[in-house]
Design a protein. Sequence first.
Length: 250
Amino acid sequence: MRQVIRISGPESEDFLQGLVSNDLKKMDQGLVYAAMLTPQGKYLADFFLSHAPDGNGVLLDVDDSLAEGLMKRLSMYKLRAAVEIAPTDLSVERGTGPAPGGALPDPRHPEMGWRRYVDGPAQEDGTDWAALRVAHGIPETGVELTPDTFLLEAGFERLNGVDFKKGCYVGQEVTARMKHKTELRKGLATVRVDGTAPVGTEIVTDTGKPAGTLFTQSGGRAIAYLRFDRANGPMQAGDATVTWDGAATG
């Protein structure tokens, strides 16, 4: 389930620009995928941003489990800004077939289809979203994206979820430092999996050393968080065998 929040008022875009990982100017071209971080650069929430079709502010499309906490966090930063933050009754509709009127492309990957905001119940088109996410290494709120996540380890640069030229936002310094490291040592990757294991199962090497965590699985593939230096050869996640081809999703 998703919640659509409206951020309105004459300072709404400037207010958000100093808080989120992407550049709100991109809303002129469509949906913007972004995240809000702690000052230490760790994930708080990911969401989509767009101009409200009625011209009244910005719509923020977030997982329902994070909506209340995100609104409280935004209100904490609001101070005296001329901004109003309120939930709406809009539903999030998405699909991968022909896009209906008012739909906008999902900016994370061309194969992730479209999203639009409607009054009343949303219609689904039967897309297997888990299979699509695994095929393209797209992390999900509350599954691969958790409070200990760093954006670049989760592939946000590849997912068009972070902008390194927009200027300061909360958590920006840590994200920029990670960008300029020679390479990431840990992060999300797509792996082959023989068998199944519960989401969150620890992955271990053939010598029993921790090598990561197994997440969403579909069609013999899965998204996993790996320590790249240990992810060599067959690994185990419960009763499942996990192998990695050496390519990080980030």
